[in-house]
Design a protein around this ligand. Structure first.
Ligand code: ASP
Length: 317
């Protein structure tokens, strides 16, 4: 009898692993920007950042589990991060030199290579949603400022007053004109093998009014292409624009036969630092492999793959 039970258990285990093996991989990776030095991170901010990343991860992953698209997962996860004050996107965005918030965001569908982006929006609560609307509801890729906000109004998106986005922590940072990152991003692979990427940010603290960084620029801060990779970048945007980083990861893979880790590390650990560029990125390939290199002291990041186990990390292991 015991041997029989044993055999049934073995058979069940075999069947479970066979069905798991047959299941298409799903994955979701997030970043909350390259952060500052370990000594400057308060216990309170660390706790808040970790909990928020976990919440965003669970929100996006639940959608992937239900069979929803990688685009839906990317958008939903980024909305959670935008609504939290702890990251430099949506509420809690950094202030420009005039003390105002100007937000940028973009999203890209690897299946169709459609993309949408917004720049310099000031009162739209979730710029990532607006970026998706630009993609799906207009023939354009990139809308800025008042034009972008008009589209948001047309589609009933939520608005907040300019003051709502401003947190005391960011007012203090502007006064100190300290480097502040904390942009957010997400890349996802759904069960149909589709990749998507999105990025949302308040940009760089003390930036000139009207400055746009890499985050809303397709190919620089965000890129997704089915069968290749999905990438979301964070760091000093000017370097990511000049090096067309997100697309260069894909180009190295497509044309140079590079694997994901080699391609991303060449950019983040060699090419960018050689020019003085600081930052990092998160990336996923078509098989669900993950890479998240950074050349700063820290990068807030979180990932979850088919086993459903959530991981959050900030510094090098
Ligand atoms: N890359 C963003 C920008 O330059 C900032 C960041 O990632 O922290 O606007």
């Amino acid at each position: 009898m015991r041997a029989c039970v044993h055999r049934i258990v073995l058979l069940l285990l075999l069947l479970t692993s066979l069905s798991a093996a047959a299941e298409a991989p799903i994955a979701l990776v997030l970043h909350g920007g390259t952060g500052g030095k370990r000594a400057e991170l308060t216990a309170e901010r660390e706790k808040d950042a970790r909990a928020t990343l976990e919440r965003a991860l669970k929100t996006g992953y639940a959608l992937l589990r239900k069979g929803r698209s990688s685009l839906d997962a990317v958008e939903a996860a980024i909305m959670v991060l935008e609504d939290a004050r702890v990251f430099n996107a949506g509420r809690g965005s950094v202030l420009n030199a005039d003390g105002a918030v100007e937000m940028d965001a973009s999203i890209m569908d690897g299946a169709t290579r459609q993309a949408g982006a917004v720049g310099s929006v000031k009162t739209v609560r979730n710029p990532i949603r607006l970026a998706r609307l630009v993609m799906t509801k207009t023939p354009h890729v990139f809308l800025i400022s008042d034009g972008a906000e008009a589209l948001a109004r047309q589609h009933g998106l939520r608005f907040e007053s300019p003051e709502w986005f401003i947190t005391p922590a960011q007012q203090m940072r502007l006064q100190q004109a300290k480097e502040k990152h904390g942009t957010v991003g997400a890349v996802a692979l759904d069960k149909n093998g589709h990749l998507a990427a999105g990025t949302s940010t308040g940009g760089l603290v003390n930036k000139l009014h009207g400055r746009i960084g890499d985050s809303p620029i397709i190919g620089a801060g965000t890129y997704a292409e089915d069968g290749v990779c999905a990438v979301s970048c964070t760091g000093q945007g000017e370097f990511f624009i000049r090096n067309v980083v997100a697309y260069d990861v894909a180009a190295r893979m497509k044309h140079g036969n590079s694997d994901l880790v080699t391609a991303t590390c060449a950019l983040i650990h060699n090419q960018l630092p050689a020019q003085g560029g600081r930052g990092g990125l998160i990336a996923l390939d078509a098989q669900g492999n993950i890479s998240a290199p950074f050349n700063t002291e820290s990068m807030f990041r979180a990932w979850i793959t088919a086993d459903g186990k959530a991981h959050v990390a900030i510094f090098e292991p």
